[in-house]
Design a protein around this ligand. Sequence first.
Ligand code: ZN
Ligand code: ZN
Length: 246
Amino acid sequence: MKITFLGTSHGVPAADRYCSSTMIEVNGSLYFIDAGAPLIDILLRRGVNLDTVRAIFTTHIHGDHTNGILALADLFNWYFKTAGADIYMTEQRGIDAFSEAVRTVDGEIDEARVRFKLMTPDTVYADENIRVTPFPTQHMAYANRPAYSYLVEAEGKKALFSGDLSPRLSKGDFPAYALKNSVDLMVCEMAHFGVDDARPYLEKCRAKKLLFNHVYPLGKLDEIDALDGAFGYPIHTVNDGDEIEL
Ligand SMILES: [Zn+2]
Ligand SMILES: [Zn+2]
């Protein structure tokens, strides 16, 4: 699978970073972890064939992970009429609000192509290319709302996306899957805890490579680069446009 980091910023876009969105290409089909804005603009600027978009998996409802949904759903609905997608959102109120927004601006929504779906702890997405499994995180536990990490399996490889975590790493919010199982790649956020808070988990982490995104404050970038090699596997930060082939 080919992974392209379309947006690597934290909760707010920066001069050289869009908000969170990562594109995964398998056998010519496209899947996305998170849909920070302006996702469809980025895809069009990159010359992506929108007919190859299959599914979008948002990790939680915060706008830096979902603000790209509305423009994509609207344009798929009224203009790019050969495109369609499963759009997984983590809360029914999000589905209701976004689909109603598309109805409001377009008059109606083609639910056969613009398919809003609810992600739950029991959901497993699987098609002929890819398998995506959610693991709940504590990121929005303060409001008793769901958030997820995602394990993506394709072509015999495993990539784990942490989604946003909580300041409670010490209470077990580092994705346990990567502590118990080998993964080819882990993509981890770095905005809600300190680099030193993560060290005990990085020591036990069984990733073959770890990439940090969603970094805040940016002063951490140098701290993260200093971790490279400290735990026996490569650790780096990523920038918008970076690609990795697993
Ligand atoms: Zn975020
Ligand atoms: Zn968040």
